[in-house]
Structure formats: C-alpha cells, structure tokens
Design a protein around this ligand. Structure first.
Ligand code: NAD
Ligand code: TYD
Length: 358
C-alpha cells in the first residue's frame, strides 16, 4: 500500500500540466499519476527531468475512455484529481470545434462520472477530504472594455468555440458539486507563458518566427489586451488551491500584467535584439506584419486576483519583464526541444529514449 498522498493530473504532458507535475514532485511528497492522451500538444520531452521519478507514473489515456479511467482509479486510489487535459488553442477551435466539444465537454463529463463512481465508494472522512480541481480560463467570461476586471462573480459570456467548451465544462463541474456533493474547485486563469509552450500560442510563435527569420503575424491592429502570467506562478496557484481551497469555490488567477499584443511582441523583439542579435544587426521588430484579425477576437482580458491573494495567500512571483526574460532564455538554451516539436520527433520521444512503455 502506497503511503503518501496520490493525485491524478490530467493533461500532465501539456504546457501547464508538465510545469505542475514538476512542481508537485519537487515541493510535495505526493505520488503523481499523469494521465494524458498525448495529442499534438502533449510532449513527454517536457517531462524529461521527471519521467523516471519514483513518484511519477505516466499513463497514456484519453479522458473519454471510461473503462480505462475506472481501472486507474481502482489501481491508484487517488485523494484527488487536478484536471487540465483539454484542447486549448482558440484559433484551432475556430477551424475545427469538434475536438473541443469531445475533449473539453464530453471528456470532462466522463472524468467527472468516473471520479464520482470512485468517490462514492470512499468512507465519509476520505469523501470529505477528496478534491476534484477543474483548471479553466478567464476566457469563459468573454471580453472586457477598456476598464474593469473579471472576478469569480463575472457572468459567463464565452465568445469562441474554445471558451464556450470550457464554460460548458465549468458548468458541469459546478453541477456535480451542487447535485452530487462532489468536493470541487474551479480556477479561472489568465494567459500563461513560459518554457515548453507549444509554438502555436502568441509568445512562442513570435519567438520562433523571429529566430527563423519569418514574419511576426499580428492580428488586426495588435491592440487587444491580455493579462500574462508566468506558468510556474500558475502552477504554484494550482497547488495552493488544490491543497487549501474550499469545496464548491471558484478562484480567479491572474498576473497583474496587462499588455497589448503589440507591447508583447515589441518587448520580445527587444529582448531578442539583446540576447541573440540578428546577423544583419537590424531589429527583429522589422519582421512584424499586420494580418487579418481573428474572427470574434476578444478585445481585453484582465483578472482581479484579490480572492486567491486574501484567502489563500497566493501572489505571482514574476513580473512580465522577469518572466519573459526567463522564457526567452529557456527557448534559446533548448533549441533541441523546439527542433523536435517542429520536426514532429517529439511525438516519439518516449519510444526513442526509453522504448515503448506507455
Ligand atoms: P496544452 O494544449 O499545452 O496541453 C493540453 C494537454 O492535454 C496535452 O498534453 C494533451 O495531450 C492533453 N489532452 C488533450 N486531449 C486529451 C484527452 N482527450 N485525454 C487526455 N489528455 C488530453 O494546454 P495548456 O496550455 O497546458 O492548458 C492546460 C489547461 O489549462 C487547459 O484546460 C486550459 O484550458 C487551461 N488554461 C490554459 C491557459 C493558457 O494560457 N495556456 C490559461 C488558463 C487556463
Ligand atoms: P493566444 O496565444 O492564441 O491566446 P488567447 O487567444 O487564448 O488569448 O493569443 C494571444 C493574443 O495574441 C490574442 O489576442 C491573439 C493574438 N495573436 C496574434 O496577434 N498573432 C498570432 O499569431 C497569435 C497566435 C495570436
């Protein structure tokens, strides 16, 4: 019988999930069961430092596979679930919403039902201590004007297929708490950035395009605003909420770092000019190009993270300047990670390094 606490992390081979898995292995004595289907966004190379950790077990499992989930619950008997597995990119959701419905809505439903079946078998003490933590986004609240902030009480007004699918999953989690008493937590977080982010999202895409001598495609006027949070700060917040949050509660998480997309790209170009100047001595800024706007593009996101600060004592440790510098340095220092993502080699990383074993 395993003695330390066991938690399931879904989506632990993704950008935020891998940062969370590493943080939990580093800062707790918990056993982490990492459940991930390894879609295009799942990358075991991001877990290279912990793949062999004695308290880390990886299972290549789709959250829509109920029988496989039931078997994992029986085998590992977790004290909670932190659910990050999702389709996560707005542009992909515009071009093909089907996968978003399947994973984010149906997958969350299947996971909730598997969790509820396991949770129902527990004694009253273990039942009360159990947590199902759903990791969500501020995009479920829609778009802000030039002022104001999203809070835990903001009305749901999702505008993209991605945010609508996340909103639906938030509602399912809320209902499983209200109806069945499952002890749930929901966190709604702003835009994350940092090492190991798939280069479809703004910051890694611009970074790699800049280094590759390609255009930097800015949607519309580049004046849309996002509130940026360094990924390790998000992982710390998730740990704090999972360990200390109150069942049924929602916590908004943000970085107090509002930037227009143009500001983000200009800051990134300035950092690259300093850290890895172009061979011709000109600025990476010259690669900026304005392209057609994203359909339904949300204007501004910003979070009031007062509740998690007051109630759980969480504050971000990085500001945008320090976090972006770390991020750029990481990508410059890990060209092989990027090269494997671009070539597609990352999809065979485990087989290549350890033989097929998932
Ligand atoms: P990501 O796309 O990098 O990773 C998603 C992971 O989920 C991948 O490893 C993928 O293989 C896995 N996955 C996808 N479908 C699956 C399925 N059917 N079964 C099992 N695993 C599956 O995403 P991310 O940026 O790390 O985001 C993680 C979570 O955090 C998501 O739920 C997202 O909505 C939420 N979130 C992200 C941000 C952000 O800025 N990236 C901000 C707030 C909230
Ligand atoms: P993204 O990283 O896709 O996150 P989200 O859509 O979830 O906020 O995009 C962040 C912002 O950057 C968003 O306003 C869209 C914009 N953007 C561009 O201007 N060009 C791009 O190539 C991408 C991917 C995003």
């Amino acid at each position: 019988m395993h003695t330390s606490k066991t938690v399931f992390i879904t989506g632990g081979a993704g950008f935020i999930g891998s940062a969370l898995v590493c943080l939990l292995l580093r800062e707790t004595d918990w056993r982490v069961i990492n459940i991930d289907a390894l879609t295009y966004a799942g990358n075991l190379e991001s877990l290279a430092d912990v793949i062999d950790h004695p308290r880390h077990l990886f299972s290549r499992t789709d959250i829509n596979n109920r029988a496989a989930l039931d078997a994992l619950f029986r085998e590992y008997q977790p004290a909670g679930v932190i659910h990050l597995a999702a389709e996560s990119h707005v542009d992909r959701s515009i071009h093909g919403p089907g996968e978003f419905i399947k994973t984010n809505i149906e997958g969350t439903y299947t996971l909730l039902e598997a969790t509820r079946a396991w949770w129902s078998t527990l004694d009253s003490q273990a039942k009360a201590a159990f947590r199902f933590h759903h990791v969500s986004t501020d995009e479920v609240f829609g778009s802000l004007g030039t002022s104001g902030f999203f809070t835990e009480d903001s009305p749901y007004q999702p505008n993209s297929p991605y945010s609508a699918s996340k909103a639906a999953s938030d509602h399912l989690v809320r209902a499983w708490h209200h109806t069945y008493g499952l002890p749930t937590l929901i966190t709604n977080c702003s835009n994350n950035y940092g090492p190991r982010q798939f280069p479809e999202k703004l910051i890694p895409l611009m970074l790699l395009n800049a280094l590759g001598g390609k255009p930097l495609p800015i949607y519309g006027q580049g004046d849309n605003v996002r509130d940026w949070l360094y990924v390790d700060d998000h992982a710390r917040a998730l740990h704090r909420v999972f360990a200390h949050g109150l069942p049924g509660e929602i916590y908004a998480i943000g970085g107090h770092n509002e930037k227009t997309n143009l500001e983000v790209v200009d800051t990134l170009c300035a950092l690259l000019d300093e850290l890895q100047p172009r061979a011709d001595g000109r600025s990476y800024r010259e690669q900026k190009t304005f392209v057609a706007d994203r359909p339904g593009h949300d204007r501004r996101y910003a979070i009031d993270a007062g509740k998690i600060g007051r109630e759980l004592g969480w504050q971000p440790q990085e500001n945008f300047t320090s976090g972006l510098k770390k991020t750029v340095r990481w990508y410059l220092d890990h060209p092989e990670w990027t090269a494997h993502v671009i070539s597609g080699e990352y999809r065979h990383w485990l087989d290549k390094n350890y033989g097929a074993r998932t």
